[in-house]
Structures are given as C-alpha cells and as structure tokens.
Design a protein around this ligand. Structure first.
Ligand code: ADP
Ligand code: MG
Length: 260
C-alpha cells in the first residue's frame, strides 16, 4: 500500500458515487503515475465527467478513496473504514494540486486575460501581483497567446479562450491536470491548436487525465487508455491495444459507432 502511494500521482480506490438513486460510479479503481497521461473514453452518461470532478472534489465520492500524490482527497478513511471529512481549508489546499479545464471555458468575461490568469494565484495562493503577472506572461507565451494578455475573453476565438483556460489552470502550479472534453465545443479548425498545447504539456511530463472523443489524439498522447461504461472500467490498457484490438463487445460497439 505504501509503495503504491509513493509512485502514484492519482490513486483511485473503489470509488462509488450516486446521485440519489442513480448509481454513476460503481467502484472505480485506477492509478495514474507521475508524468503519465491517462485518456478516458466512453459513451455519454457513462460517468466520465463525474469521475474527473471527483478527482478535484467538485463531486464528493460516497465510498472509496482518492489519493493525490499519496494524500487522501476529501476524506480520510480509518482502519475500520470510518470516513472523516477534511476541513475546508485542507480541501482547498489539496484541490489546488489538481487543475481542471472544462468544455465550456468558464473565463471571467469582464476581466482581461491577464486578470483571468492571475486572480486565483493572488487570492488563493498568496502569490504577489508581480510574480503572478510574470508567470502569466510565461504561461501565455507557452500557449502562444502572449499578445492577447490585455484582451477580454469575448475578443478571442474559442480555441484561444480554451488555451487561456489551460494557462489559467497551470498558473496554480498543479501536480495533475484534468481535461474534460475540452475541444468538444470548438469549431473543427480550432481543435488542433488546443490539442497541440495539451500534447506539449504531456511531453513536458505533466501528469494528465483526459476525457476526449478525439480517438487519434488519445492514441497518440496517452500512456494508458480506459474505456468506461455505466460507471465501470470495462477495459484499460495500451492505447493501441484498446483502440485496435478491443476485447469486450461493448467497446467494439462503441468504437464501431464512433467510426460510422
Ligand atoms: P459523461 O461525462 O460520461 O457523459 P456524467 O458523469 O456527466 O457522464 O454523468 C453520468 C450520469 O450522472 C448521467 O446520467 C448524468 O445525468 C448524471 N449526473 C451527472 N451529474 C449529476 C448531478 N449533479 N445530479 C444528478 N445527476 C447527475
Ligand atoms: Mg461529460
């Protein structure tokens, strides 16, 4: 158990989650090692977003354990399985380790790109304004948008807004980045610029969990690919095996429908 915690950046153990009567996660267990990229595919409603949201405690799991770099997130589970909820302060600290980017960019519309990126580090992490602004410039350079630093989000394309959203998440210096269908709302010609920023992050060694419908991208960028259905992991393995040689009927059907 201890060695397991040491090598694993994200450790999910038997996580269950229901919304009322609806069982959405039925005992998910997986690890993402430091520097690795896990891609998650699966039909709509299978629990992909819920799983990601649990990874930074936007949703609270009902059962099981989530560890980020060995530290329990949300609850401590005692030997006798009693769960103790962490304090809000502890949760806020742990949550800052996990950056998340959504399909809808969720930038603050009345704030400049610069402010969008510097606000959280200044208010949550007590970073000085100067340092936050320096870092914002470095991050915008990285996502290819330094010249947009004084713009408002509404003046940017969807692809540019999404790249700002990625820079904003990175500004908190997370240990893990989660991406939930971040290109699904984009015009097709803008998808590539966002994927290439993600690819670059992966190459730099960022630990990432990516929910996507971009199969070729998932194949190219991930170390491990997981297919989930009905809140269960149906198959997980090397991307080429999962995509080219699926063993379960459900995955075969999913991939078939996807291609047609
Ligand atoms: P996916 O991302 O794979 O499409 P989700 O994780 O968003 O799936 O949703 C899984 C199931 O949980 C769906 O049936 C969805 O309607 C339901 N669900 C998601 N969030 C909530 C919520 N906050 N309250 C009630 N039901 C929810
Ligand atoms: Mg979803």
């Amino acid at each position: 158990m201890i060695t397991d915690k040491k090598t694993s950046m994200v450790c999910v153990r038997n996580v269950h989650k229901s919304f009322g009567e609806l069982r959405v996660l039925n005992g998910m267990s997986f690890d993402v090692m430091r520097g690795e990229v896990l891609a998650i595919i699966g039909p709509s409603g299978s629990g992909k977003s819920t799983m990601l949201r649990c990874l930074n405690f936007l949703e609270e799991h009902d059962e099981g354990e989530i560890l980020i770099e060995g530290e329990p997130l949300g609850y401590r589970v005692l030997q006798d399985q009693t769960r103790i909820r962490q304090t809000e302060k502890e949760i806020a600290r742990l949550r800052a380790n996990v950056g998340m980017v959504f399909q809808s960019f969720n930038l603050f519309p009345h704030r400049s790109v610069r402010d969008n990126i510097t606000m959280a580090p200044i208010s949550v992490k007590n970073v000085s304004k100067d340092e936050a602004e320096n870092r914002a410039e470095i991050l915008l350079e990285k996502v290819g948008l330094l010249e947009k630093i004084d713009e408002f989000p509404s003046r940017l394309s969807g692809g540019q807004q999404q790249r700002v959203a990625i820079a904003r998440a990175l500004a908190m210096e997370p240990k893990v980045m989660l991406f939930d269908e971040v290109t699904s709302a984009l015009d097709p010609e803008l998808v590539g610029e966002v994927l290439s920023v993600m690819q670059q992050l992966a190459e730099e060694g960022m630990t990432m969990v990516i929910v996507t419908h971009e199969m070729q991208f998932a194949h190219d960028v991930s170390n491990s690919l997981m297919f989930i259905d009905d809140g269960n992991i149906v198959e997980q393995g090397a991307p080429k095996d999962i995509l080219h040689d699926p063993s379960s009927p459900r995955l075969k059907e999913f991939l078939f429908r996807f291609r047609t």
